[in-house]
Design a protein. Sequence first.
Length: 222
Amino acid sequence: MAAAAASIPVVAIDGPTASGKGTVAQRVARALGFYCLDSGALYRIVGLLALERGLDLDNGPALAALAAGMQPSFEDGRVLLEGRDITDAIRREEVGRAASRVAAVGPLRVALLALQRQQRRPPGLVADGRDMGTVVFPDARLKVYLQADLHVRAERRLKQLIEKGYSANLTDLLRTLRDRDQRDETRDCAPLVAAEDAKVLDSSALTVDEVVARVLKWYRGD
């Protein structure tokens, strides 16, 4: 089984919050006819459930047990859990902050590792996150580290929130993204870092179409 899974191609796209990796991953997966894994959504689900149930965001055993018992499904861009549509709920800023906290908890990362690797199915997988190329799929056929200027990322996130009807301001978003970058890059377990063999791409001045085209070109060896 392990050998069979290893033969299934994976494109790993890592990077900080609001670097555009989620949108790019979905577009690349669609172009290749691959499945798509939004690993960040899994941590957001745990963050949402932990907040709703009043769990300590640093309680490794409790968070791991929570993760082990959940069976989310991803359908047509929607995120479902036990028949409940939580697509918008997991994108709230307070849930994002909780997700960043719980993502630093080792037992939770271990609990989610198997769930993430189960998404590796024929004909292939595009996985986006923060440790897809370094930890989850170290044998990925292509590893991309997508980054962008902090202010550009904050402006992108502000636009997304406003379009969804949420109130937000640029100053708060800059602080939130800076804090999340600090936590993600310095955590002891699976810190945010480009894999040694990753292709690093700065999307600050690029459109989504340009980034997608670059990733597809790398994958196809053009």
